[in-house]
Design a protein around this ligand. Structure first.
Ligand code: IPE
Ligand code: IPE
Ligand code: MG
Length: 250
C-alpha cells in the first residue's frame, strides 16, 4: 500500500543548514480555483490569502531569511476594474488583520514595485505595516505590488542616469553588475535561490527579471489557494537536490 509522506517526514528531509536564502513565489491560479467551484474570481483571491498565511508561517518557522510574493503586477491593471478594486480591498484587509501575526512571528514586512502609484489608502496601510514590523529580526516578507521586472529596470536606470547627470566626467567603468543591482528594489536582499510558480504556467510574467538569472525554478500544477506548507517543503527538498553550476562545471 502506498502511504503519503507526512508533513513531519517531509520537514525532516530538509537540511536546515542549506536553506534557500530567498524564496520568490509567483502566486498564480486563484481564478482557476474559483472557476472549478463555480465561484466568482474574487473568492479565489480570498482563498489565496490562506495559502499566503501558510507559506509565510512555514518560511518563518524554517528560518528562510527572505520571502517575496508576487501579488499584483503592473500588467494586472488590465483586468476589469471591479476585480482590481476587490484585490486592493483584500490586500488592505490582509494587512490590517496580519500585523499582530507578523509581529508574533518576528516577521519584517516590506513592499516592492511602483508603490507610489497605488491608491493612497493602500499606500497608507503598507506604510503602517512596514513601520509596525520594522523591529522584527526574522523573516523578511516582501510583497511585489504594482511590480514589473522591466519597470524596475527602467526605474534603476533612471536613478543611475540622474546621478551621473550631475557629474562632469562620469566613470562608466564603475557601473558593474554589482553596483547596478544596488539601484534595484531588491538592493538589500540576496537574489532568489528558489523561484516557485503555481498553476503550471512555465513563464516569468515579468517577475524579478534581473534577480532570477540563476534561480532554481520549481513549478507545480497546484493552484495557489491549494498551496500549503507541504508543497513548500517539497519545493525546498527538490531545490536541495539540484546541482547549481552557474555556468561552471559544478
Ligand atoms: C493570481 O491568480 C493572482 C493575481 C494575479 C492577482 P490569477 O487571478 O492570475 O488566477 P488565474 O491565473 O486566472 O487562474
Ligand atoms: C502573474 O500572474 C502575476 C501575479 C501572480 C501577481 P498573472 O496571472 O498575471 O500572469 P499571466 O497573465 O498568466 O502571465
Ligand atoms: Mg494568472
Amino acid at each position: 500500500m502506498k502511504t503519503r509522506t507526512s508533513n513531519a517526514d517531509l520537514h525532516s528531509q530538509i537540511d536546515l543548514k542549506r536553506l534557500p536564502q530567498h524564496i520568490a513565489v509567483i502566486m498564480d491560479g486563484n481564478g482557476r480555483w474559483a472557476r472549478k467551484r463555480h465561484l466568482p474570481r474574487i473568492a479565489g483571491h480570498r482563498a489565496g490569502i490562506g495559502a499566503v498565511r501558510q507559506v509565510v508561517e512555514a518560511c518563518a518557522r524554517l528560518g528562510v531569511p527572505c520571502l517575496t510574493l508576487y501579488a499584483f503586477s503592473v500588467e494586472n491593471w488590465k483586468r476589469p476594474h471591479t476585480e482590481v478594486k476587490l484585490l486592493m480591498g483584500l490586500l488592505r484587509e490582509y494587512l490590517k488583520k496580519e500585523i499582530k501575526e507578523l509581529n508574533r512571528n518576528n516577521i519584517r514586512f516590506g513592499a516592492i514595485g511602483r508603490i507610489a502609484s497605488l491608491p493612497e489608502p493602500v499606500q497608507h496601510d503598507l506604510r503602517e505595516t512596514i513601520e509596525k514590523t520594522s523591529s522584527s529580526t526574522g523573516l523578511r516578507l516582501t510583497l511585489a505590488l504594482n511590480y514589473g521586472g522591466r519597470s524596475e529596470l527602467i526605474d534603476a536606470v533612471r536613478d543611475l542616469a540622474s546621478e551621473l547627470n550631475g557629474k562632469d566626467a562620469p566613470d562608466l567603468e564603475a557601473i558593474t553588475e554589482q553596483s547596478f543591482s544596488r539601484y534595484l528594489y531588491t538592493r538589500d536582499m540576496p537574489d532568489p535561490d528558489l523561484l516557485i510558480r503555481t498553476s503550471g504556467e512555465m513563464r516569468l510574467s515579468n517577475f524579478l527579471l534581473w534577480q532570477v538569472a540563476y534561480s532554481e525554478i520549481w513549478v507545480t500544477d497546484i493552484l495557489w489557494p491549494d498551496f500549503t506548507e507541504r508543497e513548500l517543503f517539497q519545493a525546498v527538498i527538490d531545490f536541495q537536490r539540484r546541482e547549481r553550476r552557474y555556468g561552471g562545471l559544478g
